[in-house]
Write a protein that binds this ligand. Structure first.
Ligand code: AMP
Length: 405
């Protein structure tokens, strides 16, 4: 009998990009990683790295659609002896942004699952269509292989109704599926669990505030391994100040922009999602650039930073109150893992809550999970690098492996 396959291909299909990683689940090692960008344009770019050989190959030039992109990925994998036809490939795991209330767990994809993801397009118009295209293309390439959907929303489906509902007439809310779904769930799940591991405790015994601070940003309150609140809502627009999204604002700002500012709904949508947040405030959405400008005395960059931190601090306080007892605050994603000044400023003045950062530990640059709070602190403050691809691969493999046994 041939040994069970142990490889998982993780696909993250965006509207004009495909990110992928091939992992071997025996030791969670990466075999290949890559990115196809600007699909559908003349200037598409494709970068593929085989980690075994260290070989990186790049292609520039038009890639017409997701089908062409995935075929190009399959060809590159084949060149490295890692082709999609390999008997060692156990499954393909797809990141799917919106699973609504229906999908609380990773799910093997069949026609009914595809139909449900399609039905959710009105609440995720940018993301779910791209995810569906990625799934259908992958199915066409390997119809016999299990394909698993891992949902960004799934981890948040444990939120109580008091946190998940907006204060709207439930009949109207339900008719239009309006509620707080939350996103970045794969990251919040992974980081909250890794934080418990860092503390040497079981996830069930630990309450964690996870701060996922990337270009998109969200906070979550996790009690004993289960999410009880998160900052993103019906869409990823709600909550923290982000790279290009406003996060929370008075909903009347939208009426005002329409009625007084004369803007269309699409213009307002673009403004709030793509031209607000740090970018809107100071013209830059990269925290490195903002810190550099602050060091040069730039007032706009300083105000943008202060607004970002003020919001973050409010969410730490809110989730402290939601949880009642907090064992750890974990910083993750591009900003959270790398920007020591953000971590320091977010926690500054919260000694009364048992929160503090040790400046020397905070300044250390390292790859793995680490504590940055003083040894005697009541609440651990940690930097815990996220790994959404590994989490998707782990969930995918667990599902198909369980199905085999
Ligand atoms: P992500 O969405 O998690 O990939 O995070 C991307 C963001 O992380 C970038 O837009 C930067 O703002 C931020 N970032 C990445 N590296 C650093 C760094 N060394 N220092 C500060 N911010 C960083």
């Amino acid at each position: 009998m041939s040994p069970s396959p142990t490889r998982v291909l993780v696909l993250n299909s965006g509207s004009s990009s495909v990110k992928y990683q091939l992992l071997d689940m025996r030791d969670s090692s990466r075999l290949a990683v890559g990115l196809v960008e600007r699909i559908g344009e003349q200037t598409s770019r494709f970068k593929h790295t085989c980690l075994g050989s260290g070989d990186t190959r790049e292609q520039n030039g038009p890639i017409a659609d997701h089908e062409a992109a995935l075929k190009a990925v399959a060809e590159e994998l084949t060149r490295d002896g890692l082709g999609l036809d390999s008997p060692e490939l156990a499954a393909i795991g797809h990141r799917v942004v919106h699973g609504g209330m229906f999908f609380t767990e990773p799910t093997v994809i069949d026609d009914a699952v595809l139909a449900e993801i399609e039905r959710l397009i009105p609440v995720a118009p940018l993301h779910n269509p791209a995810n569906l295209t990625g799934i259908r293309t992958a199915q066409a390439l390997r119809p016999d292989l299990p394909q698993v959907a891992v949902f960004d929303t799934a981890f948040h489906t444990t939120m109580p109704e008091s946190a998940a509902r907006y204060a709207l007439d439930p009949k109207i809310a339900d008719r239009h599926r309006i509620r707080r779904y939350g996103f970045h769930g794969t990251s919040h799940a992974y980081v909250s669990r890794e934080t418990a591991r860092l503390l040497g405790r079981a996830p069930e015994d630990v309450n964690v505030i996870v701060l996922h601070l990337g270009n998109g940003a969200s906070a979550s309150a996790v009690r004993g391994g289960r999410c009880v609140d998160t900052s993103m809502g019906l869409t990823p627009l709600e909550g923290l100040v982000m790279g290009t999204r406003s996060g929370d604002l008075d909903p009347a700002v939208i009426f005002h922009l329409a009625r007084v500012g004369g803007m269309s709904m699409d213009e307002i949508d673009t403004l709030l999602n793509k031209r607000s947040g740090l970018l809107g405030l100071c013209g830059d959405n990269d925290m490195r650039e903002i810190r550099r400008r602050i060091d040069e005395g730039d007032e706009d960059a300083k105000l943008a930073f202060d607004i970002y931190i003020h919001r973050l601090k409010k969410y730490i306080g809110a989730y402290y109150a939601v949880l009642g007892r907090v064992d750890a605050v974990a910083f993750t994603a591009g900003v959270g893992e790398n920007a020591a000044p953000v971590r320091e400023a977010a926690v500054a003045g919260l000694e009364g809550l048992g929160l503090a950062v040790d400046p020397e530990l905070n300044a250390v640059r390292a790859d793995g999970p680490r504590l940055i709070s003083p040894a005697a602190a009541r609440v651990a403050v940690a930097v815990v690098p996220t790994d959404e691809e590994l989490e998707i691969a782990t969930q995918t493999y667990a599902l198909v492996d369980a199905g085999r046994n």
